[in-house]
Write a protein that binds this ligand. Structure first.
Ligand SMILES: Nc1ncnc2c1ncn2[C@@H]1O[C@H](COP(=O)(O)OP(=O)(O)OP(=O)(O)O)[C@@H](O)[C@H]1O
Ligand SMILES: [Mg+2]
Length: 454
C-alpha cells in the first residue's frame, strides 16, 4: 500500500473521514466535487508540488487548510510551506499520532474561523438602517430581513397596516441592493382602472387603443435592472392578477396591442395592507399569484405594538421639520409626550408624522404642548377592558367594551388576526366584520360585508 493510502486508512481508523489521492491535480479535482476541510500534502508531489497546491488553495480563498509533509529536518521547506499558505507542516517520518494532533489543531482553528465569519455576518445583518427609525426587537427583525434579502433577487411581499412604513422598507431594500444604481419604480395598483393599469405596467404599442398615438414602455421595462414596487397589490383587479401571474412565470411580457414578447430584468417588491390569505378565502385574490409574490414576507408591525419606538420617531420627525424650516429643534413638553405615548396610533407612523408636523405648525415651532395636539390624542384615555368601577357617566356601553377588548386582544397577539379570532372565540370573518363596524384598528381590511343581513 502506498504512503497516502496508508495514512488515509490510519486516519479513518481514528474517526476521520479520509480519502487518498495521488497528485495535486487529482486533489484539486476532488475538492471541486466533495467538501473537504483539510488537505495533507507531501512537498514532493509529481507535476504540481505540495507547495504549489497549498498556494493554489490560498489563491482561491478556499476554506480548506493545508498541512505540508516535509522531508526530515528540512526547516527551509517548512518555512516555504508556511509562506505558500500552509496552515502547518510536519516533517518526516510521519507518525499517525503527530498527524492527528496537527489535524485536530487545524480543525479547531477552522471551526473558530467559521464561527467568526458567521458572527460577522450576523452583526452586519443586525446593523440598523439609517432611514428606518426604531430600536424595538420588531423593527430590528424588519431591518435584519431587509439586509438579508437585499442582494438576492427574491420577490418580497411587505405586509402591514396603513402608514407603518411599507414603502420605506421597499426603498431600503432597493437602496441596499446592487440594483441601487438602477431605477426604483413604484406604482399604486389600487389607483388605476384595470385597462390603464395593464398599459402602465406592460406598456402599449401605437394604436393599441383610441388614445394610443404613440407606443409607450411599461413600468416593468422602465425599471430596467432596478426594482419595481407594486404597492397595494391586494387591490389589483382579478383580471390583472391573471396577467401579472403569467408575466412572473414566464419572465416576459407583451405590451397591450403588441404581438412580441419582451423580457425584463427588474426585481419585484409588492406591498399590501390587506390580509391576503383572507382575500384568497373571499376569492378576491388569486392563491397562485400569492405564492408567486410571497417568496420572502416582511411583516411591518403596527406602531401600537412597539411603543418603545415612539420617542425616537417623535424626535426624528421634530428634527426633520426643524431642519426643513431652518429653525432650532423644538421641544415636546412632558405632558404632551405622555399623551403621545399613551395614544394607540391607528394611522401608525404616518399619523405620528402628521401629528408632529401639525403641532409644530400650530405652535410656531417653539415647543409642542398638549394644546397643539388633536382632540383625539389630547382626550385619549388609556383603555382598559376592565371597566366595572367608576361613576355611571364613566361606564361604557357593551359595544364600546367589545371594541376595547378586541383591540386589547389584537395588541396582545401583535395583530395576528387568526390568533385573535381564536382567543375571542369567533371566526376570522366575524372579526373583520366587527373591526369594520367599530372602525377599530384595521381600517382597510375586509371592507365588504358578505352578508349584511346577519
Ligand atoms: N420606521 C420609520 N422611520 C422613519 N420614518 C418612517 C418609519 N416608518 C414610516 N415612516 C414614515 O412614515 C410615512 C409613512 O410610511 P410609508 O408610506 O412607507 O407607509 P406605508 O406602510 O406604505 O403606508 P400606506 O399603506 O398608507 O401606503 C413615510 O413618510 C415614512 O417615511
Ligand atoms: Mg404605501
Amino acid at each position: 500500500m502506498d504512503f497516502a493510502s496508508l495514512i488515509a486508512e490510519g486516519l479513518t481508523r481514528r474517526g476521520f473521514q479520509a480519502t487518498s489521492v495521488h497528485s495535486a491535480n487529482e486533489a484539486l479535482a476532488h475538492l471541486e466535487r466533495a467538501p473537504v476541510d483539510i488537505v495533507v500534502a507531501h512537498v514532493h508531489l509529481s507535476e504540481v508540488s505540495g507547495l504549489e497546491l497549498v498556494s493554489r488553495l490560498r489563491d482561491r480563498q478556499s476554506e480548506v487548510l493545508g498541512i505540508v509533509v516535509t522531508s526530515q529536518g528540512s526547516m527551509e521547506t517548512a518555512v516555504e510551506a508556511i509562506r505558500a499558505g500552509a496552515y502547518d507542516f510536519i516533517s518526516k517520518p510521519v507518525s499517525l499520532a503527530t498527524l492527528e494532533v496537527a489535524i485536530q489543531r487545524a480543525v479547531a482553528y477552522q471551526t473558530l474561523r467559521r464561527e467568526v465569519q458567521r458572527l460577522r455576518i450576523e452583526v452586519a445583518v443586525a446593523r440598523p438602517i439609517d432611514t428606518i427609525i426604531g430600536d424595538s426587537p420588531m423593527i430590528r427583525e424588519v431591518t435584519s430581513l431587509v439586509r438579508r434579502v437585499a442582494d438576492s433577487s427574491a420577490t418580497v411581499l411587505i405586509t402591514g397596516e396603513s402608514g407603518t412604513g411599507k414603502e420605506l422598507v421597499a426603498r431600503a431594500i432597493h437602496d441596499l441592493s446592487e440594483r441601487r444604481h438602477h431605477p426604483f419604480v413604484a406604482i399604486n395598483c389600487g389607483a388605476l382602472p384595470p385597462a390603464l393599469l395593464e398599459s402602465e405596467l406592460f406598456g402599449h404599442v401605437r394604436g393599441a387603443f383610441t388614445d394610443a398615438r404613440q407606443s409607450r414602455q411599461g413600468l416593468f421595462v422602465q425599471a430596467g435592472d432596478g426594482t419595481l414596487f407594486l404597492d397595494e397589490i391586494g387591490e389589483m383587479p382579478l383580471e390583472m392578477q391573471v396577467k401579472l401571474l403569467r408575466v412572473l412565470q414566464e419572465r416576459t411580457l407583451r405590451p397591450v396591442g403588441g404581438d412580441t414578447e419582451v423580457s425584463f430584468g427588474a426585481r419585484l417588491i409588492t406591498a399590501t395592507n390587506r390580509d391576503l390569505e383572507f382575500e384568497i378565502e373571499e376569492k378576491r385574490f388569486r392563491e397562485d399569484l400569492f405564492h408567486r409574490i410571497n417568496v420572502v414576507q416582511i411583516p411591518v408591525p403596527p406602531l401600537r405594538s412597539r411603543p418603545g419606538d415612539l420617542r425616537a420617531l417623535m424626535s426624528y420627525f421634530v428634527q426633520k421639520v426643524a431642519e426643513r424650516a431652518g429653525k432650532p429643534v423644538p421641544e415636546i413638553s412632558e405632558e404632551a409626550t405622555r399623551k403621545l405615548v399613551a395614544y394607540d396610533w391607528p394611522g401608525n407612523v404616518r399619523e405620528l408624522q402628521n401629528c408632529v408636523e401639525r403641532a409644530l405648525a400650530l405652535g410656531g415651532m417653539t415647543t409642542i404642548t398638549i394644546d397643539e395636539l388633536p382632540e383625539k390624542i389630547r382626550g385619549h384615555q388609556v383603555e382598559s377592558a376592565v371597566t366595572a368601577t367608576g361613576t355611571p357617566d364613566e361606564l361604557i356601553t357593551l359595544g364600546e367594551l367589545e371594541r376595547r377588548y378586541i383591540r386589547q386582544v389584537l395588541a396582545a397577539t401583535q395583530n395576528n388576526k387568526t390568533s385573535a379570532a381564536r382567543i375571542l372565540g369567533i371566526d376570522r370573518r366575524s372579526l373583520y366584520r366587527r373591526l369594520h363596524e367599530t372602525d377599530a384598528v384595521v381600517p382597510t381590511a375586509g371592507t365588504t360585508d358578505p352578508d349584511p343581513a346577519r
